[in-house]
Design a protein around this ligand. Structure first.
Ligand code: COA
Length: 146
């Protein structure tokens, strides 16, 4: 299996939007992705599996912290280590300039919580009614970068 991680370019967005649409009840809009592309503090990467866009990650640096804003993998290509590769690729690049990474995840999203825990994130809090459609609390998770 040949997973290649590279920067997300504007021309990748139709494929990325397709993945977002099948992965989230409220997917990011085209404008939301574009504004992250043009944010100098944001890192957007995609994973290609044998040339096919298989997943993406969006992470933002905030001084010496980072926030994992979004990650998704094409349904047919999950459980192949693609999300793990995306997270490790980005964190590896910024680890010398950040102390930790935070994220929010739906309390019911056990697939994502399992992924984050496997990488070393710990549950550190909860945000009441953080999500809409459907309304749900978020679990806040944190990875300390050592
Ligand atoms: C969460 C998501 C990104 C994981 O992507 P992935 O490429 O399948 O993840 P990986 O293959 O790297 O999985 C790594 C580990 O996470 C855990 N995991 C991932 N999916 C799982 C599942 N369906 N059931 C149980 N554990 C799971 C496992 O520990 C897995 O390791 P293993 O396969 O060796 O057991 C993917 O399921 C997805 O796109 N979901 C929809 C979007 C989403 O919820 N994003 C997160 C929002 S906060």
């Amino acid at each position: 299996m040949n997973i290649k991680i590279r920067d997300l370019k504007e021309q990748d967005l139709p494929h990325v939007l397709d993945i977002a649409k099948v992965s989230f009840s409220v997917p990011w809009s085209l404008e939301a992705f574009k504004s992250e592309i043009f944010n100098p503090n944001s890192i957007l990467r995609i994973a290609e599996l044998d040339g096919e866009i298989a997943g993406y990650i969006v992470l933002r640096k905030i001084i010496d912290q980072s926030e994992l804003l979004s990650i998704a993998v094409k349904p047919g290509l999950r459980r192949k280590g693609i999300a793990t590769e995306l997270i490790k690729n980005v964190l590896n690049e910024i680890k010398s300039s950040i102390k930790c990474c935070f994220l929010e995840v739906r309390v019911s999203n056990f697939e994502a919580i399992s992924l984050y825990e496997k990488i070393g994130f710990k549950k550190v809090g909860k945000r009441k009614n953080y999500y809409l459609l459907p309304k749900e609390d978020a679990t806040v998770m944190k990875l300390d970068i050592v």
